[in-house]
Design a binder for this molecule. Structure first.
Ligand SMILES: [Fe+2]
Length: 404
């Protein structure tokens, strides 16, 4: 059945039958197609279309599906909800912890490289080295989790597979601690994060870094990495149940459409659910050979949007609370045009962290660094995430400035 609806009511899943304008006047290659994403809906709106015909026999009906505006409003409401919660307090400032975090980050890269090399050579993985690293990372996270989180933003796209394991391990420790894990349980969660993709060491780089669409065969090869990683770890002594579970199940989904086992939600452990969240967060915020990472805030918004099928929503909200809506190290633009780096999460409202402003985007020049606690300074607010690359600035440099 054909229905004419306003573009605001369009949503992914609907089948567009007629755009109502000439082919040359819209940005799509076809006149008839199924909407697959919010981005496509946004493109239709941006093209200035007012109303379109949908075919409810070939796609979702307007009554069955939430509208694009509904989805946006719902995600906004969920972000606001989380924003009213408080992150755990820090013992020292990010500036005081950043040097130590930099050294730890480099050491983590070496440890993960060794794990991957051993896995590739069919040797036992040295879990004791990973456990020692996790303990030191835990200490850094306890002092100030923002320092290592900021460091994770530095990944080089060519090193992605290694550094992704470093990120997932660090995020598992940060997230696990925020959820109340400690001692051996937290250590095992961290180890699981650091080794979770060890199976990728058996996938050719040409496939891991392929820029174009993967063939079905290539995708099947990639989908073998959880089971292959699990097999590598089984050959190593002293690997606990938690790292084995995280490695095998970090691609399972709450709707049962994950891999390798298509587990239903009630058979996915909390650790595997946590790993699924931090794995996707790091993947979509990182530059890869074939795509540019998105800003953390946008990534968290998208994950909230997807969480019905993909993630455990309660855990996802706890993750956002743990790292912040504007994680430490994020470059933001303030309402007066200044660029600033987020230095500290605010313990009462996540949308208003403390920042250090250092550049004027309108005058296009540096300013003397200024500390601003956005919760106490109503004249300033964050208006956007910014790309450090685009502005040619290094926010890390300004995190290292000692506060007076
Ligand atoms: Fe993976």
């Amino acid at each position: 059945m054909l229905k004419k609806i306003s573009v605001e009511r369009l949503a992914p899943g609907m089948y567009v039958h007629d755009l109502g304008v000439a082919w040359a006047d819209h940005p799509f290659t076809l006149n008839r197609f199924k909407l697959k994403s919010e981005d496509q809906v946004a493109e239709l709106m941006a093209a200035g279309l007012q109303a379109v015909y949908i075919d409810t026999d070939k796609g979702d009906d307007v009554h069955d599906a939430p509208t694009a505006a509904d989805v946006r409003a719902e995600v906004d409401a969920r972000m606001r909800d989380v924003a009213n919660e408080s992150p755990p307090p820090m013992r020292i400032t990010v500036s005081e912890e950043i040097r130590n975090a930099r050294i730890l980050y480099q050491r983590a890269g070496t440890v993960v490289r060794d794990v991957m090399r051993d896995g590739r050579l069919g040797k036992a993985v040295q879990v004791e080295n990973v456990a020692g690293l996790v303990d030191d990372i835990t200490q850094s996270v306890v002092r100030n989790s923002g320092a290592l989180l900021a460091m994770l933003r530095l990944k080089n796209k060519d090193d992605y597979t290694f550094m992704h394991c470093v990120s997932v391990g660090t995020l598992m420790v940060t997230f696990g601690r925020a959820l109340g894990l400690s001692g051996e349980a937290l250590r095992q969660a961290g180890i699981g994060g650091f080794v979770h993709d060890v199976g990728k060491t058996l996938v050719p780089d040409a496939i891991l870094n392929k820029a174009g669409k993967l063939s079905e065969g290539e995708f099947l090869l990639i989908k073998r990495h959880p089971a292959e990683g699990h097999a590598i770890l089984l050959k190593s002594s002293n690997v606990g149940a938690a790292p084995l579970d995280i490695t095998l199940h970090h691609h399972e989904r709450m709707d049962g459409k994950g891999y390798p086992e298509k587990l239903p939600a009630d058979r996915i452990s909390q650790l595997a659910r946590m790993a699924a969240i931090v794995d996707v967060y790091d993947a979509i915020t990182s530059d890869r050979p074939y795509h540019k990472g998105i800003a953390p805030t946008e990534a968290l918004r998208k994950m909230l949007e997807w969480c019905n099928g993909h993630f455990d929503e309660t855990l996802l909200r706890q993750f956002i609370r743990c790292i912040g809506i504007y994680p430490t190290g994020t470059l933001v633009r303030l309402s007066n045009g200044w660029l600033a780096v987020v230095t500290e999460q605010n313990t009462s409202v996540l949308l208003k962290p403390a920042v250090r402003a250092f550049y004027c985007s309108t005058a296009r020049g540096p300013i003397a660094p200024v500390e601003i606690d956005l919760a106490r300074e109503p004249d300033y607010r964050i208006v956007a995430d910014e790309s450090p690359e685009q502005w040619g600035v290094d926010p890390m440099h300004f995190l290292e400035v000692t506060r007076h």
